[in-house]
Write a new protein. Structure first.
Length: 393
């Protein structure tokens, strides 16, 4: 039986501080000393393509600011009533976590200067990004593209001939294997190291590998390695809700996620062309507490569902072949899908099934929800406004 372990070390050596618990025996049959040697080997290889990222400027995301500081408003203004029909379809950070200043982590993706990291490191929209290469060179970086759904960002620096990592083949990644995480978030001349195992595959709708290695802001954007120094995935915060900060509350909990290499390649192919990914919306309102069904109450105008032909009162019974029986099913079906993705939706309208296809939209592409009409009150049937006109004959 394997007991998972977390290792955190600064300096040149790992042994003596690295193993708080250990596997009964590693695959080679060795003990703690052999395990430390494996982890140090992975670390030494990983540091060949590990980079430190520094950012300057930017602001805390709105949801993370105390109420009195939002948009620089006077606290007395916050007492004013909110608009009666605000646009509820807006991207939010997903957490009130306050982002601190300090270095972050990334990896060299290509020899001609592509750098891959987590979009978590850019939530503040910094004005200046600097990458420190393994050889010590400090280079200005441009943001080519940002995936706010899978939490990846691609940078470009003016460099050639950089050392690139080897990525672990999909078929060789197994549940239970050792996992080594590197990060520069706490400074130091060498990377911080966290060790655990691969806990699960195919998490977050197939977009993530789960690990019990300690993940946190100090290593988001860094690599999840196997003991041979090959990249298994890129570490990012994730949760079953949208937002680039969603999942940050799980840091150092033993529940962490990494975007696997076989997903990274597809995403980077788009990011390097300047394409960014944003949360996808259907543009509807439902009652999350309704049991055994998901009923469309209102739809934004315009919105993907309205354009596809859905109507208020329709029940959503399937999305992309996944059965939808309650609000949780709805969230799982679409929370990892970016804007621009087409989804097939099966609706139940009365006794008839209706199939529609909708293209998910960005929040700023949706109109407001229609006003809700006040229901008729039988206890007060004379609801007209009073008038000074004399009654009719």
């Amino acid at each position: 039986m394997i007991r998972w372990t977390v290792m955190l070390a600064v300096g040149t050596g790992l042994c003596g501080v690295c193993v708080a618990g250990s596997a009964a025996e590693d695959a080679s049959g060795g003990g703690v000393a052999d395990q430390c040697a494996l982890f140090e080997h992975a670390r030494s290889i990983g540091e060949r393509f590990l980079v430190r990222i520094e950012t300057v400027g930017g602001v805390q995301p709105l949801a993370a600011l105390p109420a009195s500081r939002k948009q620089g408003r006077d606290p007395t203004e916050l007492k004013k009533p909110a608009p009666q029909n605000p646009n509820l379809f807006r991207d939010s950070p997903g957490s009130s976590f306050l982002l601190a200043d300090g270095p972050t982590t990334g990896v060299i993706y290509s020899s001609d200067g592509l750098i891959l990291t987590s979009s978590f490191n850019f939530v503040r929209d910094p004005s200046v990004v600097t990458v420190i290469l393994p050889d010590g060179r400090r280079l200005a970086a441009d943001i080519l593209g940002r995936d706010q759904v899978r939490k990846l960002t691609l940078l470009k620096v003016d460099a050639e001939g950089l050392a690139v990592p080897e990525w672990a083949p999909r078929e060789q990644v197994r549940v239970g294997q050792w996992a080594v995480v590197l990060g520069y978030g706490l400074g130091g001349s060498r990377s911080m190291v966290s060790v655990g195992i691969v806990s699960a595959l195919g998490r977050m709708m197939g977009s993530a590998i789960q690990t019990d290695a300690a993940l946190s802001p100090q290593n988001y954007g860094g690599p999840l390695l196997d003991v041979y120094g090959r990249i298994v995935g890129i570490c990012v915060p994730m949760a079953q809700r949208p937002g680039e900060l969603a999942g940050i509350e799980l840091y150092d909990s033993g529940v962490g996620f990494a975007v696997p290499g076989w997903r990274v390649r597809d995403i980077v192919g788009k990011l390097r062309q300047g394409q960014s990914f944003y949360r996808g919306w259907l543009g509807m309102q439902v009652d999350p507490h309704e049991r055994n069904s998901v009923r469309i109450l209102r739809m934004a105008d315009p919105s993907p569902l309205r354009s596809a032909g859905a109507q208020p009162g329709d029940l959503i019974v399937e999305i992309n072949g996944r059965t939808i029986e309650h609000f949780g099913h709805l969230v799982k079906a679409i929370y990892m899908l970016p804007a621009g993705r087409k989804v097939h939706v099966k609706l139940l309208r009365g006794a008839d099934y209706v199939d529609v296809e909708a293209t998910l939209a960005r929040g700023d592409e949706l109109g407001p929800l229609p006003e809700v009409e006040e229901p008729f009150d039988p206890a007060n049937p004379m609801s007209e406004e009073p008038t000074d006109d004399p009654p009719g004959d």
